[in-house]
Unconditional design. Structure first.
Length: 580
């Protein structure tokens, strides 16, 4: 018996052992549910995946001999579409037409979700960013709404218990008798420009919709540029395009388009615009300083929309400088114009934000977080807002928590988190706020889960000596930029005092694009024969379709079962249709 067979037998036994442990999960304290709860299911699925992984050594060759599977050679090979009698230009135009149609359908879906099936109007609310836009138009940085005297006369208005039964603006900043917003001001700046030009007041829902649609647009433009540059197969491109248009984190923003979501969606929009301009800048010959400046400005505006992006943008700024220096032959004099194209836009935004803070609070680093009128999600000691103590529960929420799955419509839900929904080995620390709905990223975006499995298989095959990884210059620099950004922003999310579904948009689109680059590299390095390419292609399309379907279903429910409560007629029509 050779070494590879012995290793795979050990893996099979390990998987069987883990699956067996799932039967005793409740007694072992691994699941709080005596039935088949989430913890037990996770353990069982993990065991089955390990068994499948270990048995692939024998399963894959056997599957290649199945006639039905062997017929999929044209569609799912990396070069299979070249056999279709179309020129490269005609095939590219055909894919562009399909992509445009998909984009139109996505906009229709966005309107359907945000209007809760009504198509006639967007949801209304207090429109905090609309209030700030009107304040900017009047030359003010504070909201034009005045706090009530009963609020101002409290001994400590920042203690939410003392504010009980008072009428005030929830979760804004109160300072020197004025209301302010502690979120980034850039969406309000854009809103004030729009309102001044059109006399149409901006709303939070309108801003969220615009940013979501714009994020999808720049995501697709970047994907299209990547596909053309590195000649990825059309099935890889098409599946990823659909996922970038419709996925749970993106659609979630439309199910509750409030002031919180404006900030997050604005950050997402400018991040995707920045990465698109960055790719065009470094792809152009010669290097385009104008595109570099647009990328840097977009990244700066992302921070101006969502302050939590600052550490990741600092990394991207350093990366851009390093990349320019490398492309200029490590000559400082030749790099200087491009350096200025990167530094000046970022510096202008940074100075503007510092001035904005100073004229409001007398400190360039104070965004208003110390004076929030919020609830239990902010601790009495502000420094406790970021802590390593939150990493484990946030890691579980963002990557391991299962969504609600049912055999009845709407099939997929993200419920509010209760205390008894934590596994016994995780005890949320004092002050940690966790009730908001959230789901594990690999489970709510199955395409990401697939790429994680492909990554594990790649690592295994490399360690096992089955294939040699070849160095490639292809999309390495872009993958490094996306990966560095995603890792830094993930660390920020993991250390934050609370978890929330909307925070995943900080990394969702970028992670999907990173997955495309990895899958393209995987096909060239690890999918070494015709059959493996077919299998990866089929699974990729299935995972993409499942991701889109889950996004659509979450659009129906949101965090408060939107369609059932606000448009029951449409909800029950869908229920009847899916119950047949």
């Amino acid at each position: 018996m050779n070494r590879k067979v012995m290793i795979r037998i050990v893996i099979l036994l390990a998987g069987a052992g883990i699956a067996f442990i799932s039967l005793f999960a409740y007694r072992l304290g691994l699941d709080n549910d005596p039935g088949w709860g989430g913890g037990r299911l996770r353990i069982l699925v993990l065991g089955l995946l390990i068994i499948l992984f270990g048995s692939a050594y024998w399963i894959m060759p056997a599957m290649q001999r199945i006639p039905f599977i062997a017929k999929w050679s044209v569609l799912f090979e990396a070069d299979g579409l070249d056999e279709i009698p179309l020129s490269s230009k005609a095939r590219s135009s055909f894919m562009d037409i399909l992509l445009a149609l998909a984009g139109i359908m996505a906009i229709w879906v966005y309107i359907w979700v945000i209007s809760v099936g009504g198509f006639d109007k967007f949801p209304s609310g207090r429109d905090y960013y609309g209030l700030l836009a009107r304040a900017f138009q009047m030359g003010q940085t504070h909201l034009l709404v005045e706090p009530g005297s009963d609020l101002l006369n409290l001994e400590n208005p920042y203690d939410y218990k003392q504010r009980k039964d008072l009428d005030y603006l929830w979760d804004v900043t109160l300072y020197n008798g004025k209301y302010y917003l502690y979120w980034g001001p850039i969406p309000a700046v854009l809103g004030s420009i729009f309102s001044s030009a059109t006399s149409i007041p901006v709303t939070d829902a309108g801003l969220v919709f615009t940013f979501v649609a714009g994020s999808a647009l720049f995501s697709i433009l970047l994907l299209r540029a990547i596909k053309r540059e590195y000649a990825y197969p059309d099935w890889l491109y098409g599946g990823a395009a659909l996922v970038l248009l419709v996925n749970i984190p993106l659609i979630w923003m439309l199910t509750r388009p409030k002031f919180y979501e404006v900030s997050a969606a604005g950050g997402m929009f400018f991040m995707m615009a920045g990465f698109y301009f960055l790719f065009l800048a470094f792809r152009s010959a010669p290097l385009s300083n104008f595109l570099l400046a647009l990328a840097a400005l977009s990244f700066g505006l992302a921070v101006g929309s969502r302050i939590n992006l600052a550490p990741a943008i600092f990394f991207l700024g350093l990366f851009m400088l390093w990349r320019v220096y490398s492309l200029r032959g490590e000559r400082l004099s030749d790099s200087l114009p491009a350096f200025l194209s990167v530094v000046i836009p970022l510096l202008v935004v940074a100075v503007s934000l510092a001035w904005y803070n100073y004229i409001r609070f007398g400190s360039i680093l104070e965004f208003g977080h110390h004076y929030q009128l919020t609830g239990a999600s902010v601790t009495p000691v502000f420094n406790d807002t970021m802590s390593l103590n939150y990493v484990l529960p946030n890691l579980y929420n963002y990557f391991l928590r299962l969504p609600g799955i049912s055999m009845q419509f709407p099939f997929v839900t993200l419920g509010w988190i209760r205390e008894d929904m934590w596994p016994s080995f995780i005890q949320p620390p004092a002050g940690y706020y966790y009730t908001d709905p959230v789901g594990g990223f690999p489970f709510i975006v199955p395409l990401i889960g697939l790429v994680i499995l492909l990554g594990l298989r790649s690592l295994w095959r490399s360690i096992n000596g089955d294939v040699e990884i070849r160095a490639s210059d292809s999309a390495g620099w872009l993958a490094f930029a996306l990966l560095g950004y995603c890792l830094i922003q993930t660390i920020v999310l993991l250390m934050y005092i609370t978890s929330n579904m909307r925070y995943l948009v900080d990394i969702a689109q970028e992670t999907i694009l990173l997955s495309v680059i990895f899958a393209g590299s995987y096909m060239r390095t690890f999918a070494i024969n015709r059959f493996q390419k077919k299998v990866v292609g089929i699974i990729w399309i299935l995972a993409s379709a499942l991701t889109v379907i889950m996004g659509l279903l979450i659009g129906i429910t949101g965090d408060k079962n939107n369609f059932l409560n606000q448009n029951p007629q449409v909800y029950y029509q869908l229920l009847e249709w899916f119950s047949r």
